[in-house]
Design a protein around this ligand. Structure first.
Ligand code: ATP
Length: 249
């Protein structure tokens, strides 16, 4: 079906070459229809986990050396990005890598190339309509070169491009990075809306306040291992998370 399934990561170990073990024995679950936050400081392994799920690890010369990744009843072990998108798992990369020389609309069309669900006529008008509905700012700028958009608008476009493939699970890598508070709030609203439309979300953030406000459940990665985890509400009240990630005393 088109609905979301459970993502299960079990005992995952990931290495880059022989020297770097980026993840060691990491287990986590994103329940169907849930929003899960993955927190942690620089280099903790957050991006690496997303890469392992979205099948992009090999592009960075990384490899899974132990553990499993499953989405519903499908194994994502050793998967590649095309197969992951077919399974409904789509990553929005960190740093909003949009195609700067292409227009907003061309970026969206490119995002729809690997999609599973098509309109009756084989096109992608329904997906574009959805994206422009979520992001009216992009609808006002369909013909503008993406490189000329503001940082926040580029983040919107990066998310919109991922949505063109109709993900069942959206992997977001630091969508708030470098954005002004108002724009962060706008992005948070859109993530809520995407979730309300029936998509699971795995949200990697250094902005713990934003992530914990959005998520049901959260995990904290500490140099490649899961430290704390629990209901987001509980973690946001924990002294350790407050001190380390929310800038409290
Ligand atoms: P950040 O917020 O800085 O992106 P992160 O929590 O996402 O941090 P990762 O980017 O997953 O962390 O990095 C985890 C570890 O793996 C770090 O020690 C990093 O230097 C290393 N690493 C990441 N990518 C590669 C690579 N392509 N080759 C070698 N080492 C890498």
């Amino acid at each position: 079906g088109d609905g979301p399934a459970d993502l299960r990561v079990d005992g995952l170990q990931v290495r880059y070459g022989r020297a770097v073990t980026a993840l060691d024995d990491v287990s986590l679950t994103v329940p169907a229809g849930g929003v899960v936050a993955l927190l942690g400081s620089n280099g903790a392994g957050k991006t690496t986990l997303l890469r392992a799920v979205s099948g992009t690890l090999r592009l960075y010369r990384g490899g899974v050396t132990a553990g499993t990744v499953t989405y519903g009843d499908r194994s994502l072990d050793g998967t590649d990005p095309v197969a992951a998108v077919r399974a409904g798992v789509v990553q929005v990369p960190e740093g909003r890598r949009v195609f700067g020389g292409m227009t907003v609309d061309e970026n969206l069309r490119a995002g729809g190339l690997g999609r599973v669900r098509r309109d009756a006529d084989g096109g992608n008008a329904a997906a574009r309509e959805r994206v422009y509905g979520l992001f009216p700012r992009l609808a006002e700028r369909t013909g503008q070169r993406a490189g000329l958009l503001s940082g926040g608008e580029q983040q919107m476009l990066a998310i919109g491009r991922a949505l063109m493939a109709w993900p069942r699970l959206l992997l977001l890598d630091e969508p708030s990075l470098g954005l002004a508070p108002l724009m962060v709030e706008r992005i948070a609203e859109v993530v809520r809306e995407i979730h309300a439309q029936g998509t699971s979300v795995l949200l990697v953030e250094q902005n713990a306040a934003m992530a914990l406000a959005l998520a049901d459940h959260a995990y904290v990665l500490e140099v490649g291992r899961v430290g704390l985890s629990g209901p987001a509400e509980e973690l946001s009240r924990s002294d350790e998370v407050g001190r380390l990630y929310l800038g409290e005393g």
